[in-house]
Write a protein that binds this ligand. Structure first.
Ligand code: NAD
Ligand code: GLY
Length: 360
């Protein structure tokens, strides 16, 4: 088979720098690549119940062939796994397998597994290294890069977590071929987000997507994220916060709907539509750009209408516990035109309420 070229993107973070390798047929090279990182011998491969049957065997074989001693830990698939119960399960399994501070973790799966097992790695023996092997669009373009790990709390999304940068990210785009259509499409909410905040050329490229050659598209998204993370690793200057475009209301909807009802990207699609409405009011976003964004979300069959049974009040309640709320004030990401974004403190709860109502 003729595989398109592999692309490597550097995430430049001083002594925490690492590479993101994007291409096809990469899974079987994991062991070899791990050997070059000089980590320990013992590791946990954490995956979920859908991905285990598809790819765990290849990953385990590749690691064993390079003399690693991996233990497989499988959590139930889905957002409900992103909590303390599964953190404990992962840590207990690692202790039972005799893994100590020299061990490391490999996350194999989507953003749920990456966030969850990355968080477990950040607290196990006060922190062991980990490597991300993302297998969804969301995780390859976004969650596996940048070191944000975490779990959900009753009050909201990702409220408990850490910054813990991986040592390597191996994004094998061939794994995306087994993604069900709904899971494939949801990933494009984050891709469209990157285009809206940074890249008009990417915006145009998404519309003429080549599913047979996803490497350049994934790599471009990784490059956008890597540059933002390198500029503002701990989200202190406001630059990294731009990645939250569509996420304030999107996270509120995801939590209010009950984790698992919407896939992450689907809730973010609704959040993007609402953020565009507020951007028209407070940032001068043109109707033409707004319509282009909606058309692109529609191309991936992403939701744009909010069902009546998810009340505006329940979304607002979830949103108030969001990390982007601080001392009653919200930092909201707006776009004045496709390709750029900025942080605003002018957006009121009433603006948000109206934008949610407009989704009905
Ligand atoms: P997910 O991990 O739940 O994966 C979606 C579904 O696809 C799951 O059922 C999974 O089992 C299945 N799956 C995964 N890979 C597959 C494959 N190759 N073939 C077939 N099925 C496969 O969800 P996701 O959308 O990947 O990630 C969403 C999570 O990522 C959310 O929890 C979100 O908060 C988080 N996130 C984190 C960051 C960050 O910076 N840390 C950024 C964006 C999103
Ligand atoms: N996904 C948002 C961030 O990594 O900052």
């Amino acid at each position: 088979m003729n595989h398109p070229a592999t692309e490597t993107i550097d995430v430049r973070l001083g002594d925490r720098s690492y590479q993101v390798v994007v291409g096809t047929a990469l899974l079987d090279s994991l062991g070899e690549r791990m050997a070059r990182l000089n980590l320990g011998t013992f590791c946990a491969v954490v995956t979920d119940s859908n991905v285990a049957g598809l790819y765990a065997d290849r990953v385990m074989k590749s690691l064993i062939a390079s003399n690693f001693k991996p233990t497989l830990v499988t959590v139930p698939a889905g957002e409900q796994s992103k909590g303390f119960v599964q953190v404990k399960k992962i840590c207990d399994a690692m202790i039972e397998a005799g893994l100590d501070r020299k061990a490391f973790v490999i996350t194999l799966g989507g953003g749920v597994v990456g966030d969850l097992a990355g968080f477990a790695a950040s607290i196990y023996y006060r922190g062991v290294p980990y490597v991300q092997v993302p297998t969804t669009i969301v995780s390859q373009v976004d969650s596996a890069v940048g070191g944000k790990t975490g779990i959900n709390a009753i009050g909201g999304k990702n409220l408990i977590g850490s910054f813990h940068q991986p040592r390597l990210v191996l994004a094998d785009v061939a794994t995306l071929r087994t993604l069900p259509e709904r899971e494939f499409n949801e990933g494009f909410a984050e891709v469209i987000k990157h285009a809206i905040i940074r890249d008009t050329e990417l915006f145009a490229r998404i519309a003429r997507l080549d599913r047979g050659n996803l490497t350049p598209l994934i790599a471009r998204n990784v490059a956008i994220k890597a540059a933002i993370v390198a500029a503002d690793e701990h989200e202190t200057t406001g630059e990294r916060a731009l990645l939250n475009f569509g996420h304030t209301i999107g996270h509120g909807i995801e939590a209010a709907a009950g984790y698992g009802r919407y896939l992450h990207g689907e809730a973010i699609s609704l959040g993007i539509v609402a953020a565009c409405l507020i951007s028209q009011k407070h940032a001068g976003l043109s109707t033409a750009d707004h319509e282009k964004i909606v058309a692109l979300l529609r191309q991936f069959e992403l939701p744009m209408k909010l069902p009546e049974d998810i009340s505006t009040e329940s979304i607002l309640a979830a949103l108030k516990t969001d990390k982007k709320f601080s001392e009653g004030k919200i930092r909201f990401v707006l776009t004045p035109a496709i390709g750029s974004a900025f942080l605003s403190d002018k957006v009121t709860l009433e603006d948000i309420r109206q934008a949610i109502e407009a989704l009905r």
